[in-house]
Write a protein of this length. Structure first.
Length: 325
């Protein structure tokens, strides 16, 4: 027996209970993976996004303990107002008794009330989420390979390559004002990233929006590092790394982009190799970088393999098409 209730405000106790469920769920399905810290989960639940808002629910057992959680991210920017993203976890000892299905039905009802046409979710490849999504009407729309790079052993030789006419720029946190417009223009090139059959929509970046996104990361206590290749005022490409609040060893790869007109010259490898050197110098405690690539993103996978990234695990992205009225 259990009850599902919305969580309109998140107290520290709510965040602790949420964290406990997610940590137990991940420990069961991905035992090798580092668990998110309490501060990361607390920030995820409480820091207000600039291009999305969240609806949260928890399922409690008869003893009042939280046994399952569901979060629905409702995108608010113009190209993505059709989209909602689901995070759903049930404590391993309380699975297969309908908790996940009840939380999903609650989230689906809310997504429909918000006039969303597509509900997406990511599950560990080969885990229980695959079977659950299959019986609940989702279809798999994308497969992602997660890769890990051992920073100490990474091949960073490409950082020394000559790229006449191009120069490197590095910053931490918000983009410098003089580069903000060029950075937004380069970010718009992420819209051709392979997203399989996912109804992901598109994001229109402006200088204000890139600043706002950097603020969200700073509000969460995360560190954002960017290394870019510039050519006569234009940004030809860039790569971003995030070190989440409280993280002691692993950094996460965010965007890597080379603008179409500048592709084919090794600039992606250049900025990423330079980023490896930067991480070693500025964040020596970080020993590995995790990235995820669509399995059909051959160019990005080739760059990553050259740096020394190794396959680690996979994620399956699922989509549920919601009837619109
Ligand atoms: C996926 C998850 C949310 C399912 O929660 P749950 O409470 O066990 O789900 P339910 O009891 O409602 O299961 C509904 C049906 O899904 C299928 N299913 C769920 N887990 C399954 C498994 N491990 N193997 C095979 N089928 C499974 C079954 O058909 C099940 O019905 P049944 O138990 O009557 O056979 C839970 O396993 C979990 O937290 N996994 C880790 C995170 C994740 O993958 N989230 C999914 C995001 S959508």
């Amino acid at each position: 027996m259990f009850t599902v209730v919305p969580l309109p405000q998140v107290s520290p106790d709510d965040a602790a209970a949420w964290h406990a469920v997610v940590a137990a769920s991940l420990a069961g399905d991905l035992p090798e993976e580092p668990r998110p810290t309490f501060e990361q989960v607390h920030a995820q639940l409480t820091v207000i996004g600039r291009d999305n808002r969240r609806l949260l629910w928890q399922a409690t057992g008869t003893d009042g303990s939280v046994i399952g959680v569901a979060g629905l991210r409702l995108f608010t920017s113009p190209g993505q107002r059709h989209l909602a993203e689901l995070e759903l976890h049930v404590r391993p000892d309380r699975r297969r008794s309908g908790v996940g299905s009840h939380l999903l039905a609650t989230a689906v009802e809310a997504a429909q009330a918000e006039r969303r046409r597509s509900l997406i979710t990511a599950v560990a490849g080969g885990g229980p989420g695959d079977a659950f999504c299959a019986v609940r009407g989702f279809r798999q729309v994308l497969a992602l390979d997660h890769l890990l790079l051992d920073v100490a052993r990474a091949d960073d030789a490409a950082a020394d390559a000559q790229h006449p006419g191009y120069e490197l720029a590095c910053w931490t946190g918000t983009v410098p004002d003089g580069l903000a417009e060029a950075f937004a223009a380069a970010k718009n090139s992420m819209n051709d990233m392979p997203t399989g059959e996912m109804d992901y929509g598109s994001q229109a970046w402006t200088a204000d929006r890139v600043r706002a996104m950097a603020e969200v990361l700073a509000d969460r206590g995360d560190v954002l590092l960017t290394t870019a290749a510039l050519r006569t005022g234009e940004m030809a490409g860039y790569t971003e790394i995030v070190i989440r609040a409280g993280e002691t060893r692993r950094a996460l790869q965010y965007d890597t982009v080379v603008v179409p007109a500048h592709r084919g010259h090794g600039l992606g490898l250049w900025v990423k190799a330079e980023m490896v050197r930067r991480l070693r110098a500025e964040h020596p405690a970080i020993v590995e970088i995790e990235t995820d690539n669509a399995q059909d993103n051959a160019h990005m996978l080739a760059v990553n393999r050259q740096l020394g990234f190794r396959p680690h695990r996979s994620t399956h992205e699922y989509q549920l098409d919601l009837p619109t009225t």
